[in-house]
Write a protein that binds this ligand. Structure first.
Ligand code: ACO
Length: 401
């Protein structure tokens, strides 16, 4: 048995906490979650109030700067963001290098990482002004990048940003508009997208945000750090869950099949999990899921979509909430359970769902990255390990092995 403390010259406490279930890696004043009560606050403001009354730009300003903007500050912020929505023309060639059926998240990892080659001036991260410009660029360009990934996959020409539209309206037009036609933004759809973006804007030290912080702690270029966050978000246990949840609802198909899938989720020999259910922190209703459910209802009514999977989702929620397994383990619908229903009704293919999540979460990522870099206590992130390998031994020449 190796005494790992001796091995590493470790003195004092050494904790082993896989998955960081009870270890804080930083201090943060951005987002507060009370998982038992189902409370989520951004800079003190409840998420349901922000989703109801705020704009996405206002929430972005709030997360980045700590306070809601005045009317003047809001106007200036919107103007600044709209001035950065364009991508360098040369970036279009990056898209052409991808297979046209590439997953949008693969494209976004590549293109966002490539932005680091275009903005050398953001590499002086010790300068708060340069950090803010990099943050504005990322927030502004993400809708353009995501929309271009979609256009590329369906073989349509890229749409340039139209900056007199709202952040969400502009994104919808770049995604669903075509150059030959006038695209009218549906206000109910725009409202739904605004809510979805606000609900996804930040969620304290989740896996992708922690990835951005860890990458950024070495002083790496911010665009490269956000690309790392996108890679982490892609996984089905994190941002990929909305895609997985919708695929699962489609597979279930009709309410009569729900018990079969509930049975599978409870079976420990079956790796199947109810996607869109459960959360590391929420052991109560995810407050974002409530807003999502109401938004799904509004969007389906407005668009006249009668999607049977919405009935499956509602029924599944009811059955699971009464089932002992889900009650005991405190598994409730999370933000991803209903978001896929809404995005699908609007016309997004499932492969775009996580890309939209990345677009919205960019705001939280840059806010958290800025907070970390400006923290005087900030150190390079360097987790320790519990070594379980061989004790020291001598090298054996190959003919003696
Ligand atoms: N279906 C069935 N059982 C579940 C589910 C589920 N969705 N989620 C958790 N459980 C069970 C686990 O099997 C485990 O049971 P055990 O104690 O008998 O072993 C127990 O509940 C605790 O689960 P853990 O995996 O230990 O909890 P953890 O906090 O690590 O996982 C996670 C949280 C990853 C979100 C998990 O609930 C899950 O996989 N859910 C489905 C994927 C999903 O919806 N992810 C989106 C999260 S929200 C977001 O990223 C925006």
């Amino acid at each position: 048995v190796i005494d790992i403390r001796k091995l590493y010259g470790q003195t004092g406490a050494f904790t082993y906490d896989p998955g960081f279930t009870s270890t804080a890696a930083c201090e943060s004043a951005i987002t507060y979650i009370d998982g038992d009560q189902g409370i989520l606050l951004h800079r003190g403001y409840p998420i349901d109030q922000l989703a109801e009354h705020s704009t996405f730009m206002e929430v972005a300003y709030l997360l980045l700067n700590g306070e809601l903007p005045t009317a003047d500050e809001h106007q200036k912020f919107v103007y600044t963001i709209s001035r950065h929505t364009m991508l360098h023309e040369q970036l279009a060639t990056f898209y052409r290098g991808f297979r046209r059926d590439a997953h949008p998240m693969a494209i976004m990892c590549g293109v966002v990482g490539a932005l680091s080659a275009f903005y050398h001036d953001s590499t002086d991260i010790t300068d708060p002004k340069q950090r803010m410009i990099a943050s504005h660029r990322l927030i502004a360009k993400m809708p353009t990048i995501a929309a271009m990934a979609y256009k590329y996959s369906i073989g349509q020409p890229f749409m340039y940003p139209q900056n007199d539209l709202s952040y969400t309206g502009n994104f919808l037009r770049m995604t669903f508009g075509v150059p030959a036609e006038n695209y009218e933004v549906n206000p109910v759809v725009e409202q739904a997208m605004r809510r979805i973006f606000i609900l996804h804007a930040d969620h304290e030290q989740n896996a992708s945000t922690s990835t951005v912080r860890l990458a950024g702690s070495s002083g790496a270029n911010p665009f490269a750090c956000i690309a790392a966050g996108i890679a982490c978000l892609w996984g089905p246990a994190h941002g990929g869950a909305n895609e997985a949840a919708l695929n699962m609802l489609r597979e279930i198909g009709r309410p009569e099949r729900i018990p079969e899938f509930i049975g599978r989720a409870k079976d420990k020999d079956d790796p199947f999990r109810l996607m869109g259910f459960g959360h590391r922190v929420y052991k109560n209703f995810d407050p974002r899921a409530k807003v999502m459910k109401a938004t799904a209802e509004a969007v389906l009514n407005e668009l006249g979509v009668t999607d049977p999977i919405f009935d499956v989702a509602r029924e599944l929620e009811q059955i699971a909430l009464k089932d002992d397994y889900f009650v005991e383990k405190k598994l409730y619908p999370n933000v991803d359970f209903y978001s896929g229903v809404i995005l699908s009704a609007i016309g997004f293919p499932t492969s775009m769902f996580t890309a939209l999540f990345a677009l919205a979460r960019t705001v939280g990522w840059v806010a958290q990255w800025n907070e970390m870099i400006s923290d005087p206590e900030q150190k390079i992130g360097r987790p320790r390990q519990l070594y379980t390998g061989s004790a020291q031994r001598d090298y054996v020449p190959v003919d003696q092995r």
